[in-house]
Design a protein around this ligand. Structure first.
Ligand SMILES: Nc1ncnc2c1ncn2[C@@H]1O[C@H](COP(=O)(O)OP(=O)(O)OP(=O)(O)O)[C@@H](O)[C@H]1O
Length: 630
């Protein structure tokens, strides 16, 4: 997918050193486990080489009687002198059987140990990496979340971290496989016949290089396949999601053609790649076939001619038993190199993310107030997102503690942006935002945010119970809720009552213990908003922001919320953003923003008397509310 990692292309800026070295640092705590795993893996590989040698020895010395003593004699495992007579042959056979049993025992024992040790190390590294990456990610400032798509971040946390785990788990063993198998076989074959070993080993580097080359051909094809499958999936997802629209407009045929077109693209890409892949492996088979023929011919001819160093029947068989094993790990060398590249880019993203510093942080010696009154000042504030044009220009506003300010203005005027500066979701470009006359940048960030609650138009609820979602606003209430502490429940209920949520919650099948579904999907928009208001109130913040927080509730509920809110915001500073002006008409002060600037400010009565934009909008909205009055 082209933009799977959208926004993470700039990771190298925040990378500290080589990404794979950083990955090794994560492996360090598990080095004893890893070392044992590697040793066990080598033992498995070597144990796998033993049976063909036993077969060779059995053919030469047990079946054919006295012959060349073979490899086992030269390493002292068997007597070197010729084996003569039935008893000696049986004894030798028994010894071979014992060695074979031992080899299989070692092989399965070390295989279990190596797989377990290496895979569990990779899993532990994956767990540590994901935990650290997530923890770091959530400490990053809002600007990071604005600039990076959720999908891209998920992809780093999931695909990239998983890919690193797979790389450590699989490719590590592949390297051991190549070194131990190819190295071990080369040594054994060389012992029996350097000439035939040279023939057998000649294609090894060729296969290694060719498999690397093959990947450079096939990888762009695979990329196209991934892209075409992503396009196909997006189309299918869109269509399934938009099933109602397709039915309404009778667009079955149109959509069937569009899906068929994407399906065909995918099919074509896949067939193209299949052709290359099959041709490559057929070529490899041909090459190994050539070696097979050569070894058969040269080895056989040497034997017929009684040439010096000619193979015995057993060692002849050994060559063929080993040939296959020699080439199969090499066929994966290119794939491993490719996996290394992919793992490296994943590590770049993961460690690039880990190297990124939050832009909004507490100062070195932060201000931690015992109590916040809630006095708010915006002092000549100018702010723009990233390098874009400022969306707030020279905004100055003094709000005494306990006052309620209504913010009005057209869409995009900068109302939400203004209140986001309060909890330092972003920092001003010029000017200052002060709470109790102290610049918000001087506060301890956690202490500041403890005192400011924001209720948004589309509040995000977590899957869990109603009570957990309300208690989320306060750390102690949340902990108590999770411990099923009844005392905490009373705070939750109190907040729910204040937010006019108690009645509907009580009517839910399990009351406060009802599961709200993913993102609160089982609740209506208005119910979600009321839970979000309760969540904001439970922490008893000094400053509260309602950003279109009651837009989804009906007018009657809004009036009820309004009444109880009037009580609840009594001793707090409140900012209320609303398009429905009746929501803010009782505010102590109403501020009208237009294109990032304050254009009107005063009480509802003052603004009506001024007969400006606010008054015009008010009259327009009143008419649409009460057409009968015309
Ligand atoms: N995260 C963001 N990144 C870039 N630009 C943004 C971002 N959020 C808002 N803007 C831009 O800033 C301007 C002000 O947006 P803001 O949401 O503050 O307006 P608003 O008055 O609250 O509008 P509405 O009433 O529609 O919610 C708009 O032009 C908007 O496109």
């Amino acid at each position: 997918m082209a933009d799977e990692h959208g926004g993470f292309e700039d990771v190298s800026e925040t990378l500290d050193g080589h990404p794979m070295v950083s990955l090794l640092a994560y492996a360090r705590p598990y080095w004893p486990r890893l070392t044992l795993g590697v040793l066990a893996s080598f033992c498995t590989r070597f144990a796998r080489l033993v049976p063909p040698i036993l077969v060779a020895t059995a053919i030469d010395r047990v079946i054919n009687g006295p012959a060349d003593p073979g490899l086992l004699a030269s390493v002292g495992l068997l007597p070197a002198e010729p084996i003569v007579g039935r008893a000696a042959r049986v004894a030798l056979l028994e010894r071979l059987v014992l060695i074979a049993a031992l080899a299989y025992l070692v092989r399965s024992g070390t295989r279990f140990a190596s797989r377990y040790l290496l895979q569990s190390s990779a899993q532990k590294i994956q767990r540590d990496l994901r935990n650290d990456t997530y923890d770091h990610l959530q400490r990053l400032s809002m600007d990071f979340f604005v600039d990076h798509q959720t999908g891209a971040m998920m992809s780093v946390l999931n695909s990239d971290v998983n890919r690193l785990e797979k790389f450590l788990n699989t490719e590590f063993r592949q390297v051991i496989r190549v070194v131990a198998t190819v190295g071990g076989i080369a040594v054994v074959l060389w012992h029996y016949s350097p000439k035939l070993a040279a023939i057998a080993l000649a294609p090894v580097p060729v296969i290694g290089l060719a498999s690397g080359r093959f990947l450079t051909w096939i990888e762009p094809r695979y990329k196209s396949i991934r892209e075409s499958v992503a396009r196909l999936n997006t189309r299918l997802e869109n269509n399934l999601g938009g099933a109602a629209v397709i039915k309404t407009f009778n667009r079955y045929g149109f959509e069937r053609d569009r899906v068929a077109e994407r399906s065909q693209d995918y099919h074509d890409e896949k067939i193209g790649a299949l052709r290359i892949r099959r041709a490559f492996f057929a070529g490899l088979r041909l090459l190994t076939g050539v070696v097979f023929v050569l070894v058969l011919y040269v080895g056989g001819l040497d034997n017929i001619n009684g040439a010096e160093g000619a193979l015995t029947a057993g060692s002849f068989a050994l060559f063929f038993l080993y040939l296959r094993r020699l080439y199969s790990p090499m066929r994966r060398v290119g794939k491993s190199a490719n996996k290394y590249q992919l793992a490296k880019s994943s590590a770049e993203r993961v460690f690039g993310l880990l190297g990124r510093e939050p832009t909004v942080t507490s100062p070195p010696d932060p201000y931690r107030p015992d109590d916040v009154d809630g006095d708010v000042t915006f002092d000549d504030v100018t702010f723009g997102y990233g390098d874009r044009e400022p969306v707030l220009r020279n905004v100055s506003l003094d709000v005494p503690a306990g006052a309620t300010v209504g913010l009005a203005g057209t869409t995009g005027a900068g109302k939400s942006t203004l209140v986001k500066l309060l909890p330092r979701f972003h920092d001003v470009d010029a000017g200052a935002v002060r709470v109790d006359s102290v610049d918000v940048r001087e506060y301890d960030l956690d202490a500041l945010r403890e005192e400011i609650a924001v209720v948004e138009q589309n509040p995000y609820l977590f899957s869990g119970t109603v009570a957990e979602n309300i208690a989320y606003g306060d750390q102690t209430a949340l902990a108590a809720e999770r411990d099923a502490d009844d005392a905490a429940r009373s705070r939750v209920i109190e907040a729910a009552k204040a937010a006019e949520a108690h009645d509907f919650v009580s009517d839910l099948p399990n009351g406060y213990d009802t599961l709200v579904g993913e993102r609160g999907i089982k609740l209506s928009g208005g119910q979600r908003q009321r839970l979000a208001i309760a969540r904001a109130l439970v922490n008893d913040p000094a400053i509260i922001v309602f950003d279109e927080a009651t837009s989804d509730v009906d007018t009657e509920t809004e009036e009820r919320i309004q009444e109880s809110l009037d009580r609840l915001v009594e001793d707090r500073t409140a900012f209320v953003i609303a398009h429905r002006l009746s929501t803010i008409s009782d505010a102590d002060r109403i501020v009208v923003l237009e294109d990032g600037e304050i254009v009107e400010s005063g009480t509802h009565a003052n603004l009506l008397a001024d007969e400006g934009d606010y008054a015009a909008l008010w009259h327009a909205q009143s008419e649409s509310r009460t057409p009968a009055d015309d």
